[in-house]
Design a protein around this ligand. Structure first.
Ligand SMILES: Nc1ncnc2c1ncn2[C@@H]1O[C@H](COP(=O)(O)OP(=O)(O)OP(=O)(O)O)[C@@H](O)[C@H]1O
Length: 342
């Protein structure tokens, strides 16, 4: 995936279509959309009745004729038509105004490092269907590294761990390009399922998916965690509503188990790197990005297992689209990404 920085500067919007959230950056304006990648459809009429946060709130609470769908899975657009309808509604007037200013615009879109030609094509068609005359594809890892403000242009190793909803990417970058990268199917959703499974086994309680995030917030705050937390769900046996006081340590362990997959990916990447680059990482450490970077205990787990410093990016969820935005605005010097972007 090699594209020209000059062509990127001609793009008017940058899009990051994630399995969990969709982010859009409009040139000279900034981030204009940061919403869940969700649409609610009336199956009788085929009409999209809600998108984004409103549609996400409907999950698990809809009557038979309303279906909540996610057009992106694992970083790949799986339903192009639905992704276009969702984007159109999320952008609304903002898109029309931008399109009016520049009638033949180009758009840039992030795609996973290992996206196959079909996945790349799906991302291009999604944006082309919105009226973009040219669509530039940029590796999500490069965009995220730029968005985190990492000195990727230097001849020394930088390790980035991008922990999203469905997947985590681990990569070592040097001289503006990716030396080694690995993807594991572990992310925020995997952790949510592990927590739900734990409460089912330990407390015979079925927890709604939307109740997991408040639990993460409690676990991430030592003072709140020491007070414990009460969760509401459905009793597995009786089917009735029930509340339980959770065992904080048990939930923490449940979260830690799937996260060990990320450690395996880090080891695999390090094994493929030349020794000089691995030595650099002892000082520079690991940069954690992606929405799940703030999962309680992830940074500590990585720090303890690798023995190197681990930093969480500021606004970890939006690093990719902000990095892409910086390329559109011409804030990235050509020498910075000389080998990844020609
Ligand atoms: N405060 C938080 N605590 C725990 N998890 C969080 C928090 N904020 C976001 N997440 C998790 O981050 C994930 C979303 O991350 P991100 O926005 O990077 O996803 P994405 O880019 O759509 O996913 P992918 O990269 O897999 O396509 C969700 O699974 C969500 O549960």
């Amino acid at each position: 995936m090699s594209i020209s920085l000059e062509r990127l500067r001609r793009c008017s919007i940058a899009v990051d279509l994630g399995a969990s959230r969709t982010r859009v950056y409009l040139k000279r304006t900034g981030l204009i959309v940061d919403e869940p990648t969700v649409a609610a459809v009336n199956t009788r009429t085929g009409a999209v009745i809600a998108v984004g946060a409103f549609a996400e709130r409907m999950t698990g609470r809809t009557p038979d004729h309303i279906r909540v769908v996610r057009p992106v899975a694992g970083g790949t657009v799986v339903d192009i038509a639905m992704a276009q309808r969702m984007l159109r509604l999320l952008l609304g007037n903002k898109l029309r105004r931008a399109w009016r200013r520049k009638p033949l615009p180009s758009a840039a879109v992030c795609v996973p490092h290992d996206a196959d030609p079909l996945a790349q094509r799906a991302a291009m068609e999604t944006l082309a269907g919105l009226g973009a005359k040219r669509v530039e594809l940029v590796d999500t890892l490069i965009a995220t590294a730029v968005g985190c403000g990492l000195p990727v242009e230097r001849p020394e190793a930088t390790m980035i761990v991008v922990c999203g909803a469905a997947t985590t990417h681990v990569a070592v970058l040097s001289l503006g390009s990716i030396v080694a990268a690995e993807r594991v199917p572990v992310g925020g959703e995997t952790v949510d399922h592990a927590v739900i499974q734990h409460l089912r086994n330990a407390h015979a309680l079925m927890l709604p998916t939307q109740a997991v995030r408040p639990l993460h917030l409690v676990l991430g705050d030592t003072a709140l965690a020491s007070l414990g937390a009460e969760v509401h769900g459905r009793d597995v046996a009786t089917g009735l509503a029930r509340s339980v006081q959770i065992d904080v340590e048990g939930v923490r362990n449940a979260i830690r188990t799937p996260l060990t997959g990320i450690l395996d990916a880090i080891s695999a990447v390090l094994r493929r790197c030349p020794p000089d680059l691995v030595a650099d990482l002892a000082d520079r450490g690991i940069m954690l990005a992606g929405g799940s970077a703030v999962l309680p205990g992830l940074d500590t787990l990585l720090r303890e297992a690798t023995g190197v410093p681990v930093n969480i990016a500021d606004n970890p969820g939006v690093c990719a689209v902000e990095g892409l935005g910086a390329m559109l605005e011409g804030k990235v010097q050509p020498h910075v990404l000389s080998s990844a972007i020609t």
